[in-house]
Design a protein around this ligand. Structure first.
Ligand SMILES: Nc1nc2c(c(=O)[nH]1)N[C@H]1C(S)=C(S)[C@@H](COP(=O)(O)O)O[C@H]1N2
Ligand SMILES: [Mo]
Length: 205
């Protein structure tokens, strides 16, 4: 085989970017439990409730009128695939926080979805309220497809992808932690890919 310096350099760079135990994929795998839910723009509502000063209920049109951000980030699934350079566009979680005004006592968020398994995932405030986290409506320049959580999903780039809930419809602010769907089923509560926080038996405290 011919020696191709360009390719080797690219490989060295990509290794530094890949969290431990992960493999780079070129496509975009589809992974979820249960069937893809139907979306009805006329009846869909986005709700923010719980430990907040101003509970929020938004229609599809109202949500789409909110300001948008765009971020490009890598995406890491606990089943060991990673996908680089995903361009996500949508509504910043900071916008939802500004609208709902979580109380000082709110320490965690439980994210809710409109699928038939009632998928949830939990996040401490520090992992949720980051400038680059968003309710994504578009991926790589096109509307988010139903298999990837379209028309709207949460994206939390710095944690394993099960924290990036597809078909999202609600945020419940809580004064204590409450485990979500996978977190109750043996997956790690925090899910940092750089620390390989894959399973709950690895939790320290
Ligand atoms: N509602 C819902 N969101 C979900 C899941 C799910 O089963 N239901 N699976 C999670 C998991 S384990 C992964 S890896 C990512 C996969 O996102 P993708 O199918 O767009 O690649 O979605 C996450 N979000
Ligand atoms: Mo996953």
């Amino acid at each position: 085989m011919l020696w191709r310096p360009g390719k080797d350099k690219a490989k060295a760079r990509s290794t530094e970017r890949l969290p431990p135990g992960q493999k780079l994929v070129k496509g975009f795998p589809v992974l979820h439990e249960g069937p893809i839910p139907d979306f009805n723009a006329a009846t869909w509502r986005f709700r923010v409730w719980g430990d907040v000063e101003n509970p929020v209920k938004l229609s599809w049109a109202e949500l789409n009128d909110l300001p948008k951000i765009a971020v490009t980030r890598d995406f890491h699934c606990v089943t060991t695939w990673s996908r680089y350079d995903n361009l996500w566009e949508g509504v910043s979680v900071k916008t939802m926080i500004d609208l709902a005004r979580p109380r000082d006592t709110a320490t965690h968020v439980l994210v809710h979805c409109y699928d038939s398994i009632d998928y949830t995932t939990n996040l401490p405030m520090g992992d949720f309220a980051r400038d680059d986290n968003l309710l994504a409506l578009r991926h790589d320049g096109a509307p988010l497809t139903p298999e990837h959580g379209g028309p709207i999903r949460l994206v939390v780039h710095h944690l394993y992808a099960w924290k990036s809930a597809k078909w999202v419809c609600g945020l419940e602010f809580l004064p204590a932690d409450r485990r979500g769907f996978w977190e109750e089923r043996g997956y790690h509560n925090r899910a940092d890919p750089w620390l390989e926080e894959r399973y709950s038996y690895q939790e320290k405290d």
